[in-house]
Design a protein around this ligand. Structure first.
Ligand code: HEC
Ligand code: HEC
Length: 241
């Protein structure tokens, strides 16, 4: 008896929900079609042009980068990374002209925690894979922001490490992967040239100290560099183009 009455309770609950959803549907579609009939009709056609491929939306990426999305708790990236990703403050890395695949990987790594940074872990947690791809595609298209090396005393050391590595310690030339101009190689090796020296130095330290564990190649290389060598090569990279 008890079971039957529970089932009939459930059934009437379900019926109630069904009625509610029908009302919701009528309500929503009524407003959408009345206000915005043309775009609704155009949308399926636009989607059909690239069947099966995830659509990268540059405009959505730019909007999210510049304004965030308060309803989802996404902070505007521009607050720290600056207009076009050309951060004007050494604490926040420049993101403009960086390869899209690298940027998306970093955002995923922050979200997963293999790149441990309290600020960016919070930021990335609010982003979907699609958001990450949209923002990365937008940033990759922004013009590069160049910089200058600051420390005349260490430029020669920085340059020799970047171009030739340190043979005695088994440190490979940075240029071998990041290219002689610091432009990197799309998808595999990030752009470094023009980046703030403080930031590049902090990343080398993070690789060496095991805070950033998302690249075994860079962990191996950084673990062979002294503080002085890291500082010198990071400063050289800031002026590289
Ligand atoms: C409160 C300041 C702040 C905000 C807002 C912010 N970031 Fe960051 N971002 C940082 C800091 C600090 C780092 C360096 C983290 C580290 O040292 O690992 C960073 C690093 C990054 C990196 C890695 C860059 C590289 O060269 O590897 C990416 C990509 C990035 N942020 C994207 C974003 C996006 C996208 C948003 C917006 C959704 C955003 N950030 C919002 C402070 C911020
Ligand atoms: C064998 C290839 C290779 C060599 C050689 C190499 N790197 Fe890298 N480096 C990488 C890869 C791959 C990444 C991206 C790791 C990731 O996915 O997070 C990277 C990332 C970096 C970053 C972080 C960039 C950012 O925006 O956060 C810095 C800084 C860096 N490398 C500096 C150097 C320096 C300095 C040297 C030379 C001493 C060097 N690299 C040599 C492969 C290499």
């Amino acid at each position: 008896m008890r079971q039957t009455s529970q089932i009939s309770k459930l059934t009437s609950l379900r019926a109630g929900f069904a009625v509610l959803s029908i009302f919701a549907l009528i309500g929503v579609s009524g407003t959408v079609f009345a206000a915005d009939a043309a775009p609704m009709a155009a949308a399926p056609e636009a989607k059909a042009e690239v069947p099966g491929k995830p659509k990268i939306d540059l405009a959505a990426g730019e909007a999210l980068y510049s304004n965030g999305d308060a309803t989802r708790g996404v902070t505007a990236c521009i607050t720290c990374h600056g207009p076009k990703g050309q951060s004007a403050i050494a604490t926040w890395p420049k993101l403009s002209a960086q390869h899209a695949a690298y940027l998306t990987k970093q955002l995923k790594n922050f979200k997963e925690g293999t790149r441990a940074n309290p600020i960016m872990m919070g930021m990335a947690a609010t982003l979907t894979q699609q958001d990450m791809q949209n923002i990365s595609a937008f940033l990759a298209k922004q013009p590069i922001s160049q910089g200058v090396a600051q420390d005349k005393a260490t430029i020669a050391l920085g340059q020799s490490i970047y171009r030739g590595g340190i043979a005695a310690k088994g440190v490979p030339a940075c240029a071998a992967c990041h290219s002689p101009t610091g432009a990197g190689i799309p998808a595999q090796y990030p752009l470094l040239g023009g980046q703030w020296a403080e930031y590049s130095n902090a990343q080398l330290l993070a690789f060496r100290e095991g805070v950033r564990t998302n690249s075994s190649q860079m962990t191996t290389i950084a673990s062979k560099l002294s503080d002085k060598e890291m500082k010198a090569v990071a400063d050289y990279i800031a002026g590289l183009h």
